[in-house]
Design a binder for this molecule. Structure first.
Ligand code: BGC
Length: 743
């Protein structure tokens, strides 16, 4: 081209582009601040379009605004993997062949790592899977506090301690959201049991609410900056939590400044007026199967659909009410689907399997190890007997909404066989029959668990094999069937189901090297604890479960998990049960009173006499090496409310294997005007140490570490006086104490 023509060509090319840019609406211009884009999009929407954003259009999606190029919102469970696709309006499989996900360990296991880096990794990996599957909202993580071991959903949560749950939930959210997917923290709030979950009205003191049940949600919102939150099914102060004035308007939005979306739990909305005014933005799962209510427009029957539209049109509800909801929803869309820079995500990625395995390896807890039963010494082993249904049962299927269609799941038996190889013989005996059903919403487990032999025959076979084996690895516990670790119901009792105790006792009598591996998300009674060699809490570990467990059992991995909840000997040793009052648990006539107040978990067991102390306390977990703690040192003996205090302690690996220790810091208020727990967790660090290596661990305390919530003042109060810092390897294994004064 002749050079003098160039500028003309360039101008002709650029002009339409410039003109188009000048016309780009603000809401589509990602160089503009999100709030400007939100207002611009809102101003272009009709009332019908606004209302359509506020309720579902299918089981897991809500409408966008096609006319404006605003896409639909797609949700997915959560929180342990990306749920397989169900039909548009039915709880059956959609029949996709490309929706088998990576299954990550249950959140109890994640919490048991006590490692926020693992939580970030978890969040990133599951966020990538959600993003790849074109979901912009992940329904998780869950942070309801472990109040009773009977709660069928504890496995989806992060344990009994508000500080631990707060520290662990924040990185998960950050990881998910770095993928352009909103984390939807659930279930807000006070959803601490499954029994009567749709009807129970919880009464709780403000003190317990603010100190125990809310902190992890607050951290999720303020530090994690979660873009969404899910209301719970239950009621609080007579109002359902999905449209609860106090929880959603006063606390979540008012006190915490939440600017994201409040999503209802599926079927958690009960009337239009409260749904309109009390903080809810999006209604999902309200009872319609699309057939019995109306075949053609089922979703228009939702409380926030036609009834809402009609009341706005009639002037009963002002349009500003729907505008407020739409602002929140648009803001979430600009953060997710409308963010042109969000990554593409990935699915069935081996890196996700690697993350799942490492999280599991760090979360598995060695509860007991008499005479160094573990690790298995393969060089001296001829035969290993694996006993128990949970050694072969698929645990990624079942449990309720967190059920998955996993790309693969390595069972404990397969994992151990793969690791042991030809080094020893691994034989299997069923031992007991639990629940042979392995299906959920049309996903069917590939393992056939049918068994025709009697309980006595199974026991006799296992005992005979145990006699001739070097090790017995019993893999039992609970499962994901109803009234075990499963949504929709609580456990009926604290004991192990299916007569497992009898079998464990028989095995232990024959073979002292009996190892009990509990696959569960809850504590169970262990009447045989002092007769077995080792006890391992193996959790539900997802796709890589068997590999991770085998690595711990043979010692490739030195266990470093610590309990995120207290394991009591008896059910009555938990405060909610100690009171022996149905009003306290499980409630009477839909009314439940949390008389256990702030004394939940170790906050209760710390105050009990010796014979009511936990079997395995909060923060407990053994290692194949040993750690020695130095003396805790403070940088000063006095602090004021305005400043902070540094605490240093050295930890040394005094054994012969590399290993990680979780150094825990508890604060004790020696004298206070309100009753306080004997101590509370206010810091922890996981440190990896080579044999002989030692490290200085540092913590910083400030007034928040010393405060309690004063109901009367409705404020956090750090009361002047004497405090003590306790450094320990668990809540009961305190290695060093040092005092200071708050001026
Ligand atoms: C559960 C939620 C879940 C939702 C969607 C409800 O039954 O309580 O946790 O996210 O279903 O599956």
């Amino acid at each position: 081209m002749r050079s003098f023509l160039k500028p003309l060509w360039a101008a002709a090319l650029l002009f339409p582009l410039q003109a188009a840019m000048a016309q780009t609406p603000v809401y589509l211009d990602d160089s503009k601040p999100i709030e400007d884009r939100v207002e611009d999009a809102l101003s272009r929407m009709t009332l019908e379009e606004k209302v359509a954003l506020c309720h579902a259009q299918s089981k897991f999606s809500s409408a966008g605004v096609p006319r404006l190029g605003l896409p639909e919102n797609w949700m997915t469970d959560g929180p342990h993997g990306i749920r397989p696709e169900v039909a548009w309006d039915e709880w059956v499989q959609a029949g996709w062949t490309n929706d088998s996900c990576m299954a990550f360990p249950a959140l109890t296991c994640l919490a048991a790592t006590w490692n926020p880096d693992m939580s970030l990794r978890y969040g990133r990996a599951i966020g990538e899977e959600a993003r790849y599957r074109n979901k912009n909202v992940l329904l998780g993580p869950g942070v309801n506090i472990y109040r009773t071991p009977l709660n069928g959903r504890n496995f989806e949560y992060m344990g009994e301690d508000p500080y631990l749950a707060s520290e662990m939930v924040v990185p998960y959210i950050q990881g998910v959201q770095s993928c352009g997917v909103a984390a939807c923290v659930k279930h807000f709030a006070l959803n601490n049991q499954e029994y009567d979950r749709f009807g129970v009205d919880v009464e709780v003191s403000d003190r317990a609410l603010y100190e125990i049940y809310l902190p992890a949600f607050k951290a999720a919102v303020q530090r994690g900056e979660a873009w969404a939150i899910m209301g719970s099914y239950n009621l609080y102060r007579g109002q359902h939590c999905c449209h609860n004035q106090r929880l959603l308007n006063d606390i979540l939005r008012g006190e915490w400044g939440f600017d994201g979306v409040v999503v209802s739990d599926w079927g958690g909305v009960h009337n239009t007026r409260e749904a309109a005014y009390n903080g809810l933005d999006m209604e999902f799962g309200t009872g319609t199967d699309g057939l019995s209510v109306s075949a053609s427009d089922a979703y228009n029957h939702y409380f926030l659909a036609r009834p809402f539209l009609e009341q706005i049109k009639a002037g009963v509800i002002p349009e500003s009410v729907v505008d407020g909801k739409v602002r929140n929803i648009l803001r979430m869309m600009f953060r997710t689907t409308m963010n042109p820079n969000r990554p593409y995500g990935s699915f069935e990625d081996p890196a996700h399997g690697e993350a799942a395995r490492q999280i599991a390896e760090e979360g598995i807890v060695l509860l007991q190890n008499r005479d160094n039963t573990l690790p298995i010494r393969l060089e001296k082993t001829r035969k290993i007997l694996v006993v128990g249904e949970n050694a072969i049962k698929m645990m990624t299927v079942g449990g309720g909404s967190s059920s998955l269609k996993a790309q693969y799941e390595i069972s404990p038996l397969d994992g151990l066989r793969a690791r042991v190889g030809s080094a020893a013989e691994v034989v299997y005996a069923r031992g007991y029959v639990g629940n042979i059903d392995g299906s959920y919403n049309g996903v069917v487990s590939k393992v056939d668990l049918s068994e025709s032999r009697s309980a006595d025959e199974l026991l006799a076979e296992a005992v005979a094999l145990a006699r001739e084996s070097d090790y017995v690895i019993f893999v039992g516990g609970l499962n994901k069937n109803s009234h075990q670790d499963c949504e929709g119901g609580d456990r009926y009792d604290y004991g192990l189901p299916y007569n497992q105790d009898r079998l464990i006792e028989a095995l232990a009598e024959i073979n002292p090297r009996t190892v009990v591996v509990l696959v569960s998300g809850n504590s169970v009674a262990m009447p045989w604890a002092d007769r077995v060699g080792a006890i391992v809490e193996g959790w539900y570990c997802g796709s890589e479960a068997g590999h991770a467990l085998a690595a711990v059992l043979v010692g490739d991995v030195n266990p470093s998990g610590k309990l995120p909840f207290t394991m009591c000997t008896r059910l009555e040793d938990y405060h909610a049960h100690a009171l022996n009052d149905s009003l306290v648990y499980p409630g009477v006539n839909h009314r439940e009173v949390y008389k256990d107040d702030i004394f939940v978990g170790y906050r209760w067991s710390d105050k009990q006499k010796k014979n009511h102390r936990p079997l395995f306390c909060f923060g407990h977990g053994l290692s194949y090496t040993t750690f020695e703690y130095g003396k805790a040192v403070l940088d000063r003996k006095q602090m004021t409310e305005a400043d902070s205090l540094r605490v240093c302690v050295s930890v040394k690996n005094t054994g012969s294997r590399a290993g990680a220790e979780v150094v825990q810091l508890y604060v004790s208020d020696l004298k206070s005007s309100l009753p306080r727990p004997i101590k509370e967790l206010k810091g922890f660090r996981k440190v990896m140490l080579q044999p002989g290596e030692s490290r200085e661990v540092e913590f910083v305390l400030d007034r928040t570490s010393l405060s309690y919530f004063d109901d009367a003042k409705h404020a956090w109060v750090a009361e002047p006086g004497r405090f003590e810092v306790l450094i320990g390897a668990s809540a009961e294994d305190i290695r060093s104490r040092v005092g200071f004064e708050l001026k």
